[in-house]
Design a protein around this ligand. Structure first.
Ligand code: C2O
Ligand code: CU
Length: 723
């Protein structure tokens, strides 16, 4: 931990108050010593099976030299949230801090002190947050939202101090402070190797704010390229915006996947589309209806259509090799889809999603409830498909794909052009006071969004397979690939409200976090008042008795023992040496969620034959497609899912289960007090969730990570449901 002194030293240029900063950081850097003398790591001791990983979510506190008999730790517990992770509107991860201390001496023995106080602060020692008095034993201290932080315990003469003045007793640093640039500099001399056919690849643009890792610039993926193009040289038709197709019970739809020309920021690009549209048609049906879709494949790749989240007849689930043969170029397939659940769903290919979904093959399905009062009254409804497309550095063509295997296998293909309903800029015009219901779907390959509408309060209403038990207010919506959220927003004042993705990214080279907000669109609010006035109904948070009554039938199973334990992890074979070294060094810390691609090259060159993402059954040791779970119709299965912090490049995984619905009962040991039926759940690094799977639909179904490149890198299993 020597480097800590140096690290703080570097920031000194910007920090006039550098002397105390140096002093404390260097004091903090002493502890390895103390630990080496045989004091057990109390973080590891308090770790539980269902809790978060102790290495990332616990801070061991080390005594200053005069207090060697004192010990403790601070746990960073999950702040309850309807989402897989808890972040502020601007994207800072928030944790609930509890400090456990022992061996604190009598205050009177130290001098004129009245209280022990806990503090949280950043490496710059400001702001300094007084977390309140502490003593021997456990004290719950509340919420902290720093990316990198120190916890200090001091003895003080009064309680209400703005910053500490007394004696420093214990101190510790968050795992996020382990990432420091000095560790990486010795690697500057490393050179990369070149893959075959290096000339046909165009390297991705570097992140505008982050330097490239040393040793990486010469690397190329070890696969050949695939790009969408016509083989006979004719230009595909210009794509049209999506149509809304309202289908009656028994209705039929012809759906064709083919090449289109897309205009993005004035550049024509050859991409894929359903029925020549972007996104595919918005299919609107009523709950309990059945439709037929005659699908034809006009692409040069095999494909199929998966109807994500719908508990349909297994033979129409659209998974090549599991529920049907692939639909080869020129071939067709007839799907019959029954819609038992109201909500917002989507459809996409289930073969090389990393290519096909990225190039535009996705569309929404909206299933209207039979109950006309299912949702509250609103002035407008908007169905938004969110995506990020990866374009070449000059923004003129989509980046080529790996032909034999997916590229970007480590972190997934983060895009550099944000698209809402296929357009780079989203606009909505409403009257003042209008209430809008947004149906949000994340169709990106890997990106998790943190969405907000200016400062507006967001009412969270529903998710994947129906409504929450209770409507709640949120500042922002965290939505991982394939998840859906339904929210309502009231635009109270005339003016322009930005629709923003606000995240904190990591500079892996310098070990810093930095804000990376992106404006995805605008809502223009006119001065004319919206009619009727919905202010009162908007203010009311509904309790959904129908949802609660439905879930009541499952509560007796919430405490049953875990039936299966699944570990999400990674095996790396044969990455170029500089890359593997960098990944190892970087693994001292992981952000709970990889929000952005700040190492685009390093990620790009990893292919699905070098990186194996794994679902491992922790009881049998079986992995991915070797796992053979069998259930009976009507079973309620409790599955513990753990995201391995010690994987070589751990990151969040949106875990999706086909053909059924599930409840996320607990996350990191904290029970979820506002349930909703899900088909996709985002699990951050080092986190553990327990889910209750309702086995309601017979057949062979897939469970997989919905990061397209992780799925391509093996992260999937199939389970059988016997009637
Ligand atoms: Cu959205 Cu297995 O898929
Ligand atoms: Cu994944």
């Amino acid at each position: 931990m020597r480097f800590l002194c140096i690290a703080v030293n570097r920031t000194v240029q910007h920090a006039p108050a550098w002397l105390p900063a140096m002093a404390i950081a260097c004091i903090v850097s002493a502890p390895l010593h103390t630990q080496a003398q045989g004091e057990p790591n109390s973080c590891t001791l308090q770790a539980t099976e269902a809790g978060p990983d102790a290495d990332l979510y616990c801070i061991q506190l080390f005594p200053t030299p005069d207090f060697t008999g004192t010990h403790g730790h601070a746990t960073l517990d999950r702040v309850p949230s309807p989402f897989g992770t808890r972040v502020s509107r601007d994207g800072h991860h928030e944790f609930d801090i509890t400090v456990t201390l022992r061996g604190l001496p009598e205050l009177s023995s130290l001098g004129d002190y009245t209280d022990y106080i806990a503090w949280a602060t950043t490496p710059l020692l400001r702001p300094m947050v007084n977390l309140g008095p502490v003593g021997n034993g456990s004290t719950h201290l509340g919420r902290v939202g720093f990316d990198k932080f120190l916890i200090l315990i001091t003895a003080e003469e009064t309680i209400d101090l703005p910053s500490y003045q007394g004696r420093l007793i214990l101190r510790g640093i968050s795992a996020s402070m382990r990432m420091e640039p000095e560790d990486l500099l010795p690697l500057t001399g490393l050179v990369g190797n070149r893959g075959p056919r290096a000339s046909s690849w165009m390297p991705p643009a570097p992140h505008p704010l982050v330097e490239m890792m040393p040793g990486v610039p010469d690397l190329r993926p070890s696969v050949t390229t695939y790009t969408a193009e016509t083989r006979d040289g004719h230009v595909p038709p210009l794509a049209r915006p999506r149509e809304i197709l309202t289908l009656p019970d028994g209705g039929t739809l012809d759906l064709e996947a083919g090449l289109v020309t897309r205009m993005i920021d004035g550049h024509p690009m050859t991409m894929f589309g359903f029925n020549g549209q972007y996104p595919g048609p918005l299919i609107r049906v009523t709950q309990d209806s059945t439709i037929t879709v005659n699908f034809r494949n006009r692409l040069d790749l095999p494909t199929a259509v998966h109807w994500h989240g719908i508990r349909l007849d297994n033979q129409y689930d659209g998974v090549p090799g599991v529920t049907q043969p692939p639909v080869n170029p020129g071939d067709s397939f007839r799907y019959r889809i029954h819609f038992p659940d109201a909500g917002i769903y989507w459809y996409h290919p289930h073969h090389r999603e990393d290519i096909q979904q990225e190039l535009g093959l996705y569309g929404n399905l909206r299933v209207d409830a039979r109950d006309p009062d299912y949702f509250s009254p609103v002035h407008h409804e908007a169905v938004l498909l969110l995506d990020d497309l990866l374009l070449s550095a000059d923004g003129t063509v989509p980046m080529p794909f790996g032909r034999e295997h997916a590229t970007h296998a480590l972190m997934g293909r983060f895009g550099n052009k944000f698209l809402i309903n296929g357009e780079p800029e989203y606009h909505l015009r409403v009257n003042r006071g209008a209430v809008v219901r947004f149906f949000l779907t994340n169709a990106s390959n890997t990106r998790t969004f943190n969405l907000s509408f200016g400062e507006a309060a967001i009412k969270l209403v529903a998710s994947d397979v129906g409504k929450f038990e209770r409507e709640t207010w949120v500042d922002s919506v965290v939505i991982a690939p394939a998840e859906r959220y339904v929210v309502e927003v009231r635009f109270t004042d005339a003016g322009t409200v930005p629709f923003v993705n606000s995240i904190q990214s990591i500079d892996h080279v310098y070990g810093n976090f930095f804000p990376e907000p992106t404006t995805l669109g605008h809502v223009f609010v006119r001065d004319t008042p919206a009619q009727p006035d919905l202010a009162t109904s908007f203010k009311t948070l509904r309790t959904q008795k129908d949802v609660i009554a439905d879930i009541d039938q499952y509560r007796a199973d919430f405490d049953r023992p875990v039936d299966h334990r699944l570990l999400l992890t990674l095996a790396i074979n044969d990455l170029p040496y500089p890359l593997e070294t960098l990944i190892n060094l970087d693994s001292s810390f992981f952000n709970p969620v990889e929000w952005s691609s700040t190492m685009p090259r390093m990620n790009w060159v990893t292919t699905a034959d070098q990186v194996k993402w794994l679902l491992r059954d922790e009881d049998t040791g079986q992995e991915n497609m070797d796992i053979a779970w069998t259930f009976r119709l009507g079973d309620r299965v409790k599955i513990q899912v753990r995201n391995d912090r010690s994987a070589d490049h751990a990151m969040q995984h949106p875990v999706h289960i086909h053909g059924q619905r599930f409840l996320v009962l607990t996350q990191d040991g904290i029970p979820n007090d506002n349930l909703v039926w899900k088909d996709t759940m985002m699990l951050p690094v080092g986190s553990t969730a327990e889910i209750l799977l309702e086995v309601s639909n017979p057949g062979r179904w897939m469970l997989h990570c919905h990061i397209a490149e992780h799925l391509e890198s093996g992260m999937k299993l199939v389970f059988d449901v016997r009637p």
